[in-house]
Design a protein around this ligand. Structure first.
Ligand SMILES: Nc1ncnc2c1ncn2[C@@H]1O[C@H](COP(=O)(O)OP(=O)(O)OP(=O)(O)O)[C@@H](O)[C@H]1O
Ligand SMILES: O=P(O)(O)OC[C@H]1O[C@H](OP(=O)(O)OP(=O)(O)O)[C@H](O)[C@@H]1O
Ligand SMILES: [Mg+2]
Length: 281
């Protein structure tokens, strides 16, 4: 199974980090290398531009890939989306100079729009029954309205800083995007893909969770159970030769503070909190 992942840019580090945490350790991936083997001899990673991932997968050079939904929509290829990976969250928006003449999509009839996403742009305008000229640029799109190249842009925004410092305001949202695992439909049932998917989603499931361990008086167990909002209830183990039990539970990170206070008040001791790398349901 070949997995195409971004070789640089915003999605590279989080993708490699996710593969590592999922246990798919890259064996020989260096900065300049374009492919790497992994601990699984059946899984190879290809490093390509985020924008090229959809084509690599669709053409069969790779079987699955990680990239933004925006890139898959722009490529116009037919891929199955399997997992939202929880990073690369951004919005593709139509934006125009603040306080200018473009206040709605319709104001762009007969106008010009600059974008790195011409395919998405043309589709978006066609759905709205207008046909502005779409000018393709390969970066610094936010500049184009200020040099009379375009009346508006369709570009990525996340914090909104780039739009703001360039005096642009959002006119409409075109697409909400994030990094996802995409596969070619004909490999959808491949058992290796299921393994990769389980590994990646186990990392996602563990995010924001903590493993809590404690000793507790056996006769307080019910009271302690009541205050642990665990995943399917805590695991309880007898400790030989005493009236204490060991209680283990998976708890939401944001509940940990309160749970510790509550279990301590019910006699728990030796409380340990650890991070969880992966959680396979
Ligand atoms: N500001 C952002 N916040 C969150 N995600 C983003 C942001 N900008 C881009 N992305 C996501 O990351 C993907 C890749 O963008 P990135 O900027 O890393 O590469 P690029 O500039 O298109 O390509 P390259 O660096 O190879 O020239 C985008 O398609 C989008 O899904
Ligand atoms: O809303 P913000 O948080 O400001 O993010 C938006 C900016 O991020 C991306 O650019 P990037 O930083 O990836 O630079 P690039 O143009 O070189 O791709 C995107 O093209 C926007 O310009
Ligand atoms: Mg970019």
């Amino acid at each position: 199974m070949r997995l195409a992942v971004p070789n640089k840019g915003r999605l590279h580090d989080p993708t490699v980090g996710l593969l590592e945490r999922a246990g798919l350790h890259l064996e020989n991936g260096t900065d300049r290398q374009l492919y790497a083997s992994t601990v699984d001899p059946e899984v190879t990673v290809l490093f390509v531009r985020a924008a090229d991932v959809p084509e690599y997968v669709a053409d069969g050079a790779a079987d699955a890939g990680v990239t933004g939904l925006d890139q898959v929509r722009e490529a116009g290829v037919d891929l199955d989306e399997r997992l939202d990976l929880g990073f690369g969250n951004c919005r593709l928006v139509l934006a125009a100079p603040e306080n200018g003449s473009i206040g709605s999509v319709d104001d762009l009839a007969g106008g010009t729009v600059a974008t790195e996403f011409p395919h998405i742009a043309r589709e978006y305008f066609a759905e709205r029954g207008i046909d502005p000229e779409v000018v393709e640029v390969s970066g610094a799109t936010e500049l184009t309205p200020h040099v009379e190249m375009a009346d508006a842009i369709i570009d990525i925004t996340s914090t909104g800083t780039t739009l703001r410092v360039n005096g642009l305001a959002v006119v409409d949202e075109v697409l909400e995007s994030s990094a996802r695992l995409f596969v070619r439909p004909d490999v959808a049932d491949d058992p290796k893909l299921a393994e990769i998917e389980t590994a990646l989603s186990s990392v996602r499931s563990a995010e924001g969770k903590r493993y809590l361990m404690m000793n507790a008086p056996e006769d307080e167990l019910d009271a302690i159970r009541d205050v642990i909002p665990g995943l399917g209830g805590p695991t309880v183990m007898n400790i030989a030769g005493g009236d204490q039990v060991a209680v283990h539970a998976v708890v939401d990170e944001r509940d940990v503070f309160e749970v510790i206070t509550d279990v301590k008040a019910r006699g728990a001791s030796d409380i340990l909190v650890t991070e969880i790398e992966r959680l396979v349901d």
